[in-house]
Design a binder for this molecule. Structure first.
Ligand SMILES: [Zn+2]
Length: 326
């Protein structure tokens, strides 16, 4: 926007000179008209600069949080993300420029639940420089609603009801950081809440009539929130931590389960190679399907500039096809 205005200013300077050169008897009217455009453009440019300088800076850790923060913050807030969208979040290492980014934040938005261990170490030193606060998504979920899942599993952004809780929280935080924008943030918050609510209703309705209930994930437990929310049964090769290596016994258990229940689909996370999923498929005749966890995006997902909600809508289509919910 600012670059565009600079180009506009240059264009008006040029135009003014051209008019002067081409016509010595340019009327005062034309000259005044061009001058007024120039003044308006300069004024809007400096206003933009001022606005840019005072925008609240939100620094998020992962893509779904960025999308929700941008959804609420719109043009009034600057939202930056620490972990690149293509990076594996569980093994992320901070660089010096990430530190700079975090130090300049008005609010850091994290998932919590052990997903960002580097943040805990960093917070103490950040507080010395600036009073940046950290909001942890998981802290806003009531344990009576989420039970053991909340304690053990950080993949909470895959629960759209939970995302609505975060959106509410983000509206309040932005209204505090930038009170003049309160009406703007509340309006955007309502719109995003309605989108999440509609997506939740679609998942509930369309997954309510599936033949299969088990989601066999041949990887770490990334989809337990999603499955639990919609009455499906998550079965994963390993727990919520992707570093845990699945044992041969667990692999055999899952193969037996797939055979016994005649399960037709085995899922893997789209960002990972389907190594174990292929083994299960070969052993049982189940078909392979990939799901997106909304993080660690593939090259195609990045190229297609998919939004978080679009990735989730794609998941719904895949689940319906795989579990026979048509
Ligand atoms: Zn994960």
């Amino acid at each position: 926007m600012i670059c565009y205005n600079i180009i506009k200013i240059r264009y008006h300077f040029k135009l003014r000179r051209v008019v002067k050169l081409s016509s010595h008897n340019t009327s005062n009217l034309v000259r005044n008209f061009l001058a007024s455009i120039l003044i308006t453009t300069l004024a809007s440019h400096s206003l933009l600069l001022a606005a840019g300088g005072t925008r609240p800076v939100l620094v998020t850790t992962i893509f779904p949080l960025t999308e929700l923060a941008r959804g609420v913050g719109g043009q009034r807030a600057e939202v930056r993300q620490v972990i690149p969208p293509s990076a594996e979040i569980h093994h992320f290492q901070l660089t010096p420029s990430d530190l700079k980014l975090l130090a300049g934040a008005d609010l850091i938005i994290a998932v919590g639940g052990g997903l960002e261990p580097w943040l805990v170490r960093l917070e103490k030193s950040l507080r010395k420089d600036k009073s940046a606060r950290t909001l942890r998504f998981i802290d806003y979920l009531r344990s009576e609603d989420y039970g053991a899942l909340r304690r053990d599993d950080p993949h909470v952004w895959l629960d759209f009801e939970a995302d609505r809780i975060l959106v509410d929280r983000l509206v309040e935080e932005l209204c505090t950081l930038d009170p003049e924008g309160a009406a703007y943030y509340r309006e955007r918050g309502r719109a995003l809440d309605a989108e999440l609510s509609a997506l939740d209703a679609r998942f509930r309705q369309e997954l309510g009539r599936c033949i299969g209930k088990e989601i066999i994930i041949a990887g770490h437990q990334a989809f337990a929130y999603l499955a639990t929310r919609y009455g499906l049964v998550p079965v994963s090769l390993s727990g919520p931590n992707p570093e845990a290596q699945p044992g041969a016994r667990r692999l055999q258990e899952i193969i037996r389960l797939v055979r016994e229940k005649n399960i037709g689909a085995v899922f893997y996370e789209s960002s990972e190679p389907p190594a174990y999923a292929s083994t299960i498929a070969q052993e049982t005749g189940a078909k392979l399907f990939s799901l997106s966890a909304g993080v660690n995006l593939t090259r195609d997902q990045l190229r297609g500039k998919k939004s978080f909600l679009e990735l989730m809508a794609d998941n719904l289509q895949i689940l319906k096809q795989a579990l026979g919910c048509e």
